[in-house]
Write a protein that binds this ligand. Sequence first.
Ligand code: PEP
Ligand code: MG
Length: 843
Amino acid sequence: MQHSDPHITLITPSAPMSAATHGGRAKCLQRLVRLDMPVPVTVALSFDAVHRIAQGELPDMAALLEPFGPAPLLCVRPSSEDPDWGGPGAILNIGMNDAQFVEMSDRIGKDAAAALYMRFVQAYAIHVARLDPDAFEHVDLEGQDGLSEVLRAYEEETEEAFPQDPAVQLAEVLRSMARAWEGTTARLLRQAKGAPADAGLGLVVQEMALGLGQGEGESGSGVIQLVNSQTGEPQIIGRYLRQSQGRDALDRRNEAAFLASDPRGPSLQDLAPDAFAELKRMTALMRSRLREEMQAEFTIENGVVHILDGVRVARSARAGVRIAVQLAEDGIIPREEAILRVEPRALNELLHRQVDPGAKRDVLARGIAASPGAAAGRIVFSAAEAQASAARGEPCVLVRRETSPEDIRGMHAAVAVLTERGGMTSHAAVIGRGMGLPCVVGASELVFHTRSRKLVAPDGRELHQGDIITVDGTNGQVLAGEPAMIEAAEDDALITLMGWADDVRDIGVRANADTPTDAQTARNFKAQGIGLCRTEHMFFEADRLTVMREMIFADTSPDRAAALDRLLPMQRADFIELFRIMQGQPVCIRLFDPPLHEFLPSDRAGHRELAEALDLPLSDVTRRVEALAEYNPMLGMRGVRLGITVPEIYDMQARAIFEATIEASREGAPVVPEIMIPLVSAKREVELVKTRVDAVAAAVRTETGKNFAYRLGVMVETPRAALRAAEIAPHSAFLSFGTNDLTQMTYGLSRDDAGRFMSAYVKQNVFPEDPFHTLDQDGVGELLKIAAERGRGARPDLVLSICGEHGGSPESIAFCRAAGFDYVSCSPFRVPVARLAAAQLAV
Ligand code: PEP
Ligand code: MG
């Protein structure tokens, strides 16, 4: 039957309605009706109808009530387009009045009828008449006394008798729910969940199926689902409460029974095996026909089952993956759809240890969520203390103003890192992500007293060395103590899903990997090679740092050559190991990039230690360190500039790469290394470096009598390199965009200091998001497009890729794919997210 008002629809198999006009709940109920499920009579109000109700324009109430017959008992529930956007709470038992009470008392007994009436008056008073809940929620009396008390309180507060006309009650309920949806708080809340500003609300009016009965057979209500929400494994889960209604079974969990027979207590299966079997069958039917794991809300009235509602089963990220894979394996959805159903970022929850979502969080402060996962440990304030703590077997959190290369060893020893300064691409963040170490940076809400070894939280709490904190790098929180955690797991369902994703993906995914451990992680996560190996990270180990410092301190070319001669075998061994681990997959090695002074100690004690190690007077060391200092080191003597002015460093690295290539090729597939020049801004820089690298290659070929191939490319990190891509490309087999530096230089925004004002900028919408986190497609992205076009114009076979931190984010991957890039490269732990995000673009 179609009402004269097209916005009020009796839910029948053929009634015209959709989630976009009547909301997800209404549409789902229609699907259940089509499946012949025992759904009580339901009428759906469209978004338009509800909007008009909020404006004061009520529908024809007589027509609305007509399908329910005389003296109905009804409930109203919200039906937003996406159920996750929420909505006002359901109101039950509309239509209860003095006359119903008398009639109901005969059917279910006086006390039960009084309880029902009382509940409705309470809900109506609080949610519809908006009276003070205190006057209604704590009525101690039961049965008729309680009812009289509540009715009296209603009269006192409103100076009116409780409305008796079901049409009036229903109209008021509809109006209050419609208005609640349009309120500012509700709007902001749902916008935070991704709803558009003008999202509509539908309402469903349904005849109550009671779950209370004194007739033959079982009466009660509950919920049922066929999978475990945490693991996604098949399991019959839910609760059932005799003589109850609504979500009582969940709200009064302790009194409720299990569904399937259970040694821990009574179950619906024991109480009413037929009803249980029917519910199981119907929920399974929902799964196969609605193509989703569903939770059914049901009532049993005198032995008869009613299905009131079906909602998508709430699920953890891990369960989400298993459910999608299982639906595809059962032939219910195609594999492509399983790929699309998993939010790539949700994989982080599976790949890292997390704070248990059910655990209580004592939040001390917030910072930037720089590297996902959570870990708890004792606070330490220096790398040395971190190492000492690790040696004692005590997990520790390294707390620093900011980290520098000197802290690497401390980071390896710590379970998490917390810094006061920095942003998404500062040292701690990049290294933390590379190592899979939970990391919060830019936590400037905390006051760091590193000298007196103390942190002060915004609420005045003080934390000292040795106190336990938890760093939650997934959401940027710093927590006091150690909440319960859930472990990471790359289970079989995830492996299956990723296999399907790789089958459809059409853009490559490599990993940024600096060390053999990183490379192994990259392989485990099935990266298709290394897109960026930051070679300088190989020099932070203690023994190498000293040789590196000797090299930096060398006054003469022979002295420098001597130090480089000692570094050569170390680098060669590093590369051999990388090539071996990657088993013939491409490995792109970036030549030395950072300013040299980053390898020198910054304080006096460090200078003294260095003077001892190098057997030099302290004043010499101090003078040398000062001489290397720059006002703006990130724009100074680094990258290719160092390669041009101190060419011996790149010569040594090129030799190490080629010798390692020959060595590794002996055992397996021939290795074709890729060598990448950082921070280029002019064609001539590339020509100069290329000439020297080619000369080293020729020398190694002659010395060894072995031939090998290699590819030389350019890292595009300056706006000028992007603009001049047409003249750079002919000298370069590939261009890889280093969007960390490119973002820094395009905005003129320090990647290491941006954390100080980034949140203010984002809050005031100066930047929609942190551009070091989410690629700025308008500005930096335009440079990428220009360079891609000009580069490919000059050299059609030019390989294009991105290796900045953006390479792992789904939005940047979409951008790079559209711009014709060959691959993206990201931290090893982000590789699965990137593989899935890339696959979703190709489906
Ligand atoms: C970059 O600048 O984007 C990059 C990958 O290099 P780094 O982060 O080492 O400067
Ligand atoms: Mg860079």
